[in-house]
Design a protein around this ligand. Structure first.
Ligand SMILES: [Zn+2]
Length: 378
């Protein structure tokens, strides 16, 4: 339904937060311990700005407050940019009130038509988005916490400005380590609403399932951009299928042969080396390949240990004939008919029954202990 007029900003914010939770829940990422809101941290944000103004790192101008970038000698140390190559992305807005075009907004005076504003020593208005993060992070974690994360698109100006504000106000660094993940790219281009090439996460999850999406995400290194295509997602689906097929053949809850341990060690070494998930994934499939090539019964312990680290602890073996007898007795009946057709050497009929099973979504595996059904690869 089309909406006429502008939606209240609080309603829009609540809706976006709900979408974020729904998507991350579907990916089974778990919930953060805290989910702070800028609108509920306003006192701390205003105090923070006041400290910056009092120390000369910021100045008020016509109800706005700006950070004096050249007052921070460490500015640029995060994004490694030269001062003169920097553009705060604030456009012409407030340009005439800035002492220096490099300066960025800490507080913006309320404008006509804005539905949300707060009182401050500089008049009614709202905070800039960089100062919100410095204040919220400090309130929950203190100064000098271990890791600050975010997308690579936030290095500049957002994180550079967060770091500068905290250095200027508190005299020490906000975080010891800043980690940035690469963006998902569609055929070499950035996904963007304006380009019309967006694939919403919930649609991708519906099409390919959570496990395939997680498998796809770990196929690249987190720091690098990741190409998005249907073919990549389908490849990830096949990878999940191969693991489930391996689990079907392995002995559940048994130790794995020590000869296979080197692959599991390579897996954990790769993850210990800056989360090198592509290398870890390769080691996992090397383990599976070697396990599949052995004649003896191989226990699944190593594989289960690796899968748990990647968030695949609940991955189930491909369905066994016993499972199917409960869930799809007709399929078991068709399989028995095919066995009988083969016994009387009626191969056209046996082939017809194989095709009928495939149409129902099953493949036949003929093995030394008879034939069994496994779900067909999509
Ligand atoms: Zn932030």
């Amino acid at each position: 339904m089309a909406r006429v007029g502008r939606r209240p900003s609080a309603e829009l914010a609540a809706q976006m937060a709900a979408c974020y939770r729904a998507d991350t829940d579907a990916l089974e990422l778990g919930r953060p311990d805290h989910e702070p809101l800028a609108s509920q941290t306003m006192e701390a944000i205003i105090d923070y700005i006041a400290v910056l103004v009092a120390s000369g790192h910021a100045y008020a101008a016509d109800g706005d407050v700006y950070f004096r970038v050249r007052s921070d000698p460490g500015y640029g140390s995060l994004s490694h940019r030269r001062l003169d190559d920097m553009d705060q992305g604030e456009g012409v807005e407030g340009a005439e009130r800035k002492e220096d075009p490099l300066d960025f907004a800490l507080w913006k005076a309320r404008k006509e038509g804005e539905d949300t504003s707060w009182d401050s020593p500089w008049g009614r208005g709202r905070p800039g988005w960089h100062i919100e993060c410095s204040a919220m992070a400090e309130q929950l974690l203190g100064i000098g916490f271990d890791i600050h994360g975010g997308g690579s698109d936030l290095v500049f100006p957002h994180h550079e400005n967060e770091a500068a504000q905290t250095r200027a106000a508190r005299g020490s660094e906000l975080a010891r380590l800043w980690m940035h993940n690469g963006m998902i790219q569609l055929t070499g281009e950035k996904m963007a609403k304006s380009l019309g090439n967006i694939a919403p996460l919930h649609e991708v999850l519906e099409r390919h399932g959570r496990d395939a999406v997680v498998m796809y995400l770990i196929s690249g290194h987190y720091r690098q951009p990741l190409a998005f295509s249907e073919a990549e997602l389908q490849a990830a689906e096949r990878s999940v299928y191969r693991i489930r097929d391996a689990l079907r053949r392995l002995r559940a809850d048994r130790p794995s042969p020590p000869e296979l341990r080197r692959h599991a060690e390579a897996f954990f070494d790769a993850l210990a080396n800056d989360f090198n998930t592509p290398a870890a994934r390769e080691a996992l499939f090397n383990w599976i390949r070697e396990a599949n090539s052995r004649d003896d019964d191989v226990g699944d312990a190593d594989l289960r240990e690796m899968l748990a680290v990647l968030g695949f602890e609940r991955l189930a073996p491909l369905g066994s004939a016993q499972d199917l007898a409960v869930s799809d007795p007709e399929a078991i009946d068709l399989l028995a008919q095919r066995e009988q057709a083969r016994e009387r050497r009626d191969f056209p009929e046996a082939d017809r029954l194989r095709a009928a099973l495939l149409a129902r979504g099953y493949e036949i595996r003929d093995g030394p202990h008879g034939s069994e059904l496994i779900p067909a690869e999509r």
